[in-house]
Write a protein that binds this ligand. Structure first.
Ligand code: GLN
Length: 464
């Protein structure tokens, strides 16, 4: 049974399908692995296989997905003890396909962060080096998959929260096209950016999980029917495909990371692909626009946590005082910072100067990417400017933390899909390679990623 650890989720699905492995056996194996996690990856682990466990191995789910009767609090103290009366559509879809919920994974509070250090329940350690962060905000999902305490996981990405932790933990993370996966039942951070997607050991697992997540949902009016049938990625060559490289000359990019990424560009050429440098003239403003738009939307979304509807309440006298005390005690510092920035940016007199300008920049970035995709098939970049940093290294400097998102924010601002795959090591730590494409090009992105993955032959962190 311990050889389940050496199998990908897709390989386990085949054994489940053929009956060589029973759903209960698979669930119990992974339940034991998850319960033994000592990195802080989980906030809750299921105790027994549900009746509908079936054809897919169980899945670890980021805490912000509502699961009926199961603690679901976006790792915030303000939702301590909240057990939703319903289940997120993405999780329902996975369950309908036979994947049981294995556990709820740790994350940055309300998905605000790049290191998992903003969790209300403590940080997560990177399985490659326990003194380092796993990335964020889906840090628990990434660490669990990398350390073999989950066969696969889902997370959410608003500005990089699937791709960056996948990169820092040496696994695959896919941020889908906006609208490909329903957001119903995801505790909202920034609704025009949030998307659910897979964190997996390899590209084939990402395609398999993604195929079960997509689809229009009447409960999310921004969701769409996926326009094509998704196939299992099989490509081994990149002949005729054009890759536009962005950002390799950026100042803040770590040299070791740049070298590994350059090596991957060489691999693309060896597989028959073409590589050219492209300009995205407005993408450098991506961070500035993102850190106005995301907090603005968050300040509105988080207004509902008032001590009345959900979670704990502090103070019982005056109503306003009760709201203030509940929010003061329940929210962490980063969440308060975002609410203040967002409220300020939306306030009368500043609205046009900040929010309006940020929206214009967002449109320009979308136009840059559209123009790029007239010349090339994919835009490629490093996923993160550095490898996993030390726990505590950036907590005192929010701006340094925000720089982690430099390469990942343009795509969600434009609603476009992108994957991060591991492409090598720098200082003994994984480096992620990002491949972005036009809307609904996940099939082609994953195919290209598959060919590269095979040629790179990255070995994950040894797990026992
Ligand atoms: N690190 C970014 C932030 O803090 C992105 C988070 C995310 O994608 N959820 O907002």
């Amino acid at each position: 049974m311990s050889d389940l650890l050496s199998l990908t989720a897709a390989q386990q699905a085949e054994l489940l399908e053929s009956g060589e492995l029973s759903p209960v056996e698979a669930f119990d194996f992974w339940r034991e692995r998850a319960a033994g996690d000592d990195l802080g990856s989980y906030l809750w682990v299921a105790d027994q296989a549900p009746d509908d466990a079936g054809g897919l191995p169980p899945v670890a789910v980021k805490d912000l997905f509502c699961v009926e009767g199961v603690p679901s609090g976006a790792a915030s103290r303000i939702l301590e003890g909240y057990r939703p009366p319903y289940t997120a559509t993405s999780v329902r879809n996975l369950r309908a396909a036979g994947a049981a919920v294995l556990g709820k994974t740790n994350q940055d509070e309300f998905a605000m962060g790049s290191s998992n250090e903003n969790s209300g329940y403590g940080p997560v350690q990177n399985p490659w080096d326990r003194t380092r962060v796993p990335g964020g905000s889906s840090g628990g999902s990434a660490a669990a998959v990398a350390a073999g305490t989950a066969p696969w996981a889902i997370g959410t990405d608003t500005g990089g929260s699937i791709r960056q932790p996948a990169a820092l933990c040496g696994i695959v993370g896919l941020k889908p096209t906006y609208g490909a996966v329903s957001r119903y039942g995801m505790i909202a951070f920034a609704s025009s950016l949030d998307q659910c997607g897979p964190l997996t050991r390899d590209v084939t697992d990402a395609a398999l999980l993604f195929g079960h997540l997509v689809g229009r949902d009447p409960c999310d009016s921004t969701s769409l029917d996926y326009p094509e049938q998704l196939q299992r990625p099989r490509a081994e060559r990149l002949d005729g495909l054009r890759f536009g490289v962005w950002g390799l000359e950026e100042e803040g990019l770590d040299r070791g990371v740049a070298d590994v990424v350059r090596g991957t560009l060489g691999t693309i050429e060896a597989l028959g692909g073409g590589v050219e440098v492209i300009e995205l003239p407005n993408a450098r403003q991506g961070l500035a626009a993102y850190y106005v738009i995301a907090p603005a939307e968050a300040s509105a979304n988080l207004a509902r946590y008032d001590g009345v509807r959900y979670g704990p309440r502090t103070g019982d006298g005056d109503l306003t005082e009760m709201y203030e005390q509940t929010r003061r005690d329940g929210f962490g510092d980063e969440v308060k910072r975002r609410i203040m920035i967002g409220t300020y940016a939306l306030s009368s007199g500043y609205y046009e100067a900040y929010y309006g300008t940020a929206q214009k920049v967002r449109t320009r970035i979308a136009e840059d990417l559209k123009a790029a995709f007239e010349r090339v098939d994919f835009v490629v970049t490093p996923t993160s400017p550095t490898v996993a940093f030390e726990l505590g290294e950036r907590t005192a400097d929010p701006l340094a933390m925000y720089l982690s998102d430099y390469f990942t924010v343009p795509m969600p601002l434009a609603g476009l899909p992108a994957v991060s795959i591991p492409c090598g090591l720098s200082e003994g730590l994984p480096v992620g390679f990002q491949i972005a494409g036009p809307a609904f090009s996940e099939g082609r992105i994953l195919d290209a990623a598959h060919a590269l993955e095979k040629a790179i032959g990255f070995e994950g962190v040894p797990v026992t």
